[in-house]
Design a protein around this ligand. Structure first.
Ligand code: DX5
Ligand code: ZN
Length: 220
């Protein structure tokens, strides 16, 4: 069964606690938090304090995507805030191995991700250290962008590599996911779909999440 991870980036920032609850009620599996530092990406969102404030709203997995130059400097704060999955960019200029190991040592799940233009080979040293590989299907920084079709081939080859290595990390895809692109990603091996703009612009979040799930598994 596909897991849906609504990205709060497209939700009402004035009501993030309620929005977290609303995602849980709608049948989401994860809540996706997009942390941007205004340097690694040209946008600035929120830090660990906001995640901690949302923590009591839901028991769901808090899936934290760190788009930061120095995730290592703030890692302890994100762990204390109650992040369950912490995903770092392979391009971040810090020691990625040490950072992933710190997430693991804290009893949380480490994830690795990469920009759409970064070679998949950069993931190779990290496959055995992570519980999640996030394929970016847009350039990180903003919600509401169009899905980059090349992500499909990347998902397919990561899924093949996972099988070759006998590993079990989840494959998540992030950017431009809607009722058309979501099922395409699941068909080639994605386990988790992040979706922001598509879900939150609809009148009913419940219907939006349910439809996306059904389309990924029903007859097409
Ligand atoms: C982009 C973020 C995504 C984004 C997805 O930098 O990582 O999580 O919010 O939003 P949509 O679904 O609107 O493309
Ligand atoms: Zn994200």
């Amino acid at each position: 069964m596909v897991k849906i991870a609504p990205s709060l980036l497209s939700s009402d920032f004035g009501r993030l606690f309620e929005e977290t609850r609303r995602c849980e009620r709608a049948g989401a599996a994860y809540i996706h938090f997009d942390v941007m530092d205004g340097a690694f990406v040209p946008n600035l969102t929120f830090g660990a304090g906001v995640i901690a404030a949302c923590r009591p709203a839901s028991q769901l997995v808090f899936d934290v995507h760190l788009m930061m130059n120095r995730p290592d400097r703030y890692l302890d704060d994100f762990l204390k805030a109650g992040s369950d999955i912490v995903t770092v960019h392979v391009e971040s200029p810090c020691d990625i191995n040490v950072t992933l190991a710190r997430i693991r040592a804290a009893g949380r799940k480490p994830g690795i991700t990469l920009r759409p233009g970064t070679s998949l080979e950069t993931l190779e040293p990290h496959f055995r250290s992570v519980d999640l590989v996030l394929v970016m299907s847009v350039e990180p920084g903003f919600g509401g962008q169009s899905f980059i079709p090349g992500a499909l081939e990347r998902i397919r080859s990561i899924a093949a590599r996972r099988a070759e290595l006998g590993l079990a990390f989840e494959i998540e895809v992030d950017g431009g996911i809607d009722d058309r692109t979501g099922p395409m990603c699941v068909d080639v091996g994605a386990d988790v779909l992040v979706s922001g703009n598509h879900l939150f612009r609809q009148a009913s979040l419940d219907d939006a999440v349910q439809n996306l799930k059904t389309l990924c598994h029903g007859d097409r």
